[in-house]
Design a protein around this ligand. Structure first.
Ligand code: E4P
Length: 218
């Protein structure tokens, strides 16, 4: 399973990119708004950081004609731009048009398997089921990943599943176990996943032993 970073904060993107672990970036209107910066300038800076890794940038219209106009402007920012579209009838119409134009799409706000299958059939490059938001309403978000992953395998569907709304490392590992192609993860979760108390204790003990041996080759 590949890892994308889920943020519009360019410092976080830079840090995660330098770790060598990310294969793409996802943003959404809330994440862009949180940064308080110009949308297009932000996306351009992300392109300059991650180069040709896929970057999902979301349209804000609810009407397909306007979605296509907005998406084309975003796609013009670089070949790595993936136009993110909401899972609605209008979003599907726009997905079909972008697919015909060879522009990559990420159909977002997916909360059921039928939605994922429809998005895939419209040509979505990626589908984004939201795990955490399902958990928030007392459903088991990861079950959606299991279902979609099974359906896509059985029917040989090439759209990639991005497990989204990932809140902690268990979401990440479950997404990997149950066949998600990608998980998009906030920077603080990536940071938390680098850590283990035994790693810290191990480093401490190695350094103490080294100190005791009075070695000085470095
Ligand atoms: C990414 O594509 C989604 O927009 C994001 O993961 C949503 O996360 P949230 O439910 O924590 O806002």
């Amino acid at each position: 399973m590949k890892l994308f970073i889920d943020t519009a904060n360019t410092e976080e993107i830079r840090k995660a990119f330098d770790l060598g672990v990310i294969a793409g970036v996802t943003t959404n209107p809330s994440l862009i708004a949180k940064e308080g910066r110009d949308f297009f300038e932000t996306v351009k800076e992300i392109v300059s950081i991650v180069g040709n890794l896929p970057i999902s940038a979301e349209v804000i219209s609810l009407e397909s004609k306007e979605m296509v106009e907005q998406g084309r402007k975003l796609a013009a920012l670089g070949d790595s731009i993936v136009v993110k579209l909401p899972m609605t009838e209008e979003g599907l119409k726009a997905t079909k048009i972008f697919t015909a134009e060879g522009i990559k799409t990420n159909v977002t706000l997916i909360f059921s398997s039928p939605q994922a299958l429809l998005a895939a059939r419209a040509g979505a490059t990626y589908v984004s089921p939201f795990i955490g938001r399902l958990d928030d309403i007392n459903q088991v978000g990861i079950n959606l990943i299991k279902e979609i992953s099974t359906i896509f395998k059985v029917h040989n569907i090439s759209s990639e599943i991005i497990a989204a709304s990932v809140r902690h490392s268990s979401h990440f590992i479950d997404a990997a176990l149950y066949g998600s192609h990608i998980a998009t993860v906030p920077y603080k979760v990536i940071q938390a996943m680098t850590k283990h108390p035994l790693t810290d204790a191990g480093i401490e003990r190695f350094l103490a032993d080294w100190e005791g041996a009075k070695q000085n080759q470095f």
